[in-house]
Design a protein around this ligand. Structure first.
Ligand SMILES: CC(C)(COP(=O)(O)OP(=O)(O)OC[C@H]1O[C@@H](n2cnc3c(N)ncnc32)[C@H](O)[C@@H]1OP(=O)(O)O)[C@@H](O)C(=O)NCCC(=O)NCCS
Length: 428
């Protein structure tokens, strides 16, 4: 494979290096393009731009491959637990038994949040969106742990920030949920596993005994693993960009939460349920909506179908479909929304339009269904995504800092008005 590329501009010829990654993906290194030619590149949405080199996640959308640190997502979802995967993403290797025990012990012992957080919660109106609450709370961690503001201070301090984040985010998320409902807040129970403890804080009420259903716990563990990283997506890129200004870990993660909030990113699973509700409200005529989705003159699209990167199948959707089936049958939920989802899935998978265009249900289709079956309200769906994505964001932030990457600062092509003279107010 050639390791340089020649470009011709204004009658001159220039050579730029081509670099190749460990999975043979190649890129033109344009670092010297401007100094050589005066040109910059223009790429809206960075669709064709590698912003960094990374050792964390490999994704091949054509082949439906997703690997964290080399391990196939299928194996991790089947065999690992979420904290193990979090360790793998952040520190680069699966933990040894001793490392795993210390890691889980450290996280378990930091699940409590400072009592003053209760006052902060009380300050939010009860209808506050939980994503807004979550990002504010993560930023406010800097007030409680000011040493975290200086990530260069020591690796020990940075590790503490990492542990605190992973430990406390589920508590904050569950409290945001309880606050919205006006229910009493549950304190973490250190005797429980990470996932069980989160379910307990979300669903236990003082008035009745709560027992974690292992089917739900397994499904949630898988969902968190499947969402744990997805290379340079919008929120991961945000975390890296904010971190590149040497902003601290907490505020960078808070920025990632805000980026995830948008309906084009983490909000898609919510859109799936909203679409299903709309179909029911409109009389439940599924064929009508399938026709609408196929009609080029109709902007309607089947939410939860298709993917920008995965053009054959989304490996995460395959795994989570099985969990969705298990959860629905274990819980025996009867819900018209879920019935419509199952019918749409069946019809679309057999329909020529969807088959030809390789439009399969994506991870958001099934995760939306599972969250709904678990009784999680739709505006909490993106919070669930954030809980899963947290280790990926941390890993991306750390890598950016360890690589000593420069501050992120894209260029632009100015298309505005050329120089003109100021006109005094009375003359305008
Ligand atoms: C994810 C998504 C944005 C990818 O879009 P994309 O990469 O631009 O896909 P394309 O526009 O190349 O789609 C290819 C064809 O499939 C059609 N198509 C894609 N997704 C479709 C959907 N969800 N429903 C109906 N038709 C769809 C397009 O109209 C296009 O048809 P054409 O070839 O006849 O013009 C798109 O599939 C979509 O909007 N899905 C629904 C939203 C969703 O679930 N988002 C979450 C993604 S994780």
């Amino acid at each position: 494979m050639a390791n340089k590329i020649e470009i011709k501009y204004n009658g001159e010829s220039f050579e730029l290096p081509v670099m190749t990654g460990s999975e043979n993906e190649s890129a033109i290194d344009i670092g010297k393009l401007r100094s050589m030619t005066g040109l910059v590149t223009l790429d809206y949405g960075y669709k064709n731009t590698g912003s960094t080199t990374s050792e964390i996640t490999f994704l091949d959308g054509e082949k439906g491959i997703l690997r964290y640190r080399g391990y196939p997502i299928e194996q991790l979802a089947e065999k690992a637990d979420f904290l193990e995967v979090a360790y793998l993403l952040i520190y680069g290797e699966l933990p040894t038994k001793e490392e795993y025990e210390k890691w889980t012990r450290d996280i378990t012992h930091h699940t409590l949040i400072h009592e003053d957080f209760r006052t902060i919660f009380e300050g939010f109106p009860s209808n506050a969106h939980p994503m807004g609450v979550l990002s504010s709370l993560v930023t406010s961690l800097t007030a409680f742990y000011p040493k975290s503001l200086d990530p260069e201070r020591s690796m020990g301090e940075l590790n503490m920030s990492i542990v605190r984040l992973i430990a406390k985010l589920p508590t904050m998320a569950a409290w945001a949920y309880k606050n919205e409902l006006g229910f009493p807040l549950n304190y973490p129970d250190n005797a429980m596993s990470y996932v069980d403890n989160f379910l307990y804080m979300m669903f236990a009420l003082p008035v009745e005994k709560y027992k974690v259903n292992p089917v739900i716990s397994r499904a949630l563990n898988k969902l968190l693993i499947l969402h744990a990283d997805h290379e340079q997506n919008c929120s991961a890129s945000t975390v890296r960009l904010v971190g590149s200004s040497h902003a601290s870990l907490y505020v960078s993660i808070s920025a990632g939460i805000n980026a995830l909030w948008g309906p084009l990113h983490g909000g898609a699973n919510q859109a799936v349920i909203e679409m299903l509700e709309e179909i029911i409200e409109d009389g439940g005529d599924i064929d009508k909506y399938i026709k609408k989705a196929k009609d080029k003159n109709d902007p309607f699209r089947l939410m939860g179908f298709g993917h920008r990167v995965y053009k054959n199948f989304d490996p995460r959707a395959r795994i989570i479909k099985q969990s969705a089936d298990e959860v629905l049958s274990a819980l025996g939920v009867e819900d018209p929304v879920l019935e419509v989802a199952k019918k749409i899935e069946k019809i679309a998978l057999e329909d020529e339009y969807f088959i030809q265009r390789k439009l399969y249900p994506n991870v958001d289709f099934y995760s939306g269904i599972i969250y709904r079956a678990l009784g999680i309200p739709t505006e909490m769906f993106t919070v669930m995504f954030a809980l899963g994505r947290l280790p990926g964001w941390i890993a991306q932030w750390l890598e950016n800092r360890k690589n000593g990457e420069p501050i992120g600062r894209p260029r632009q092509i100015y298309t505005g008005v050329n120089e003109r003279d100021y006109i005094p107010l009375e003359n305008r």
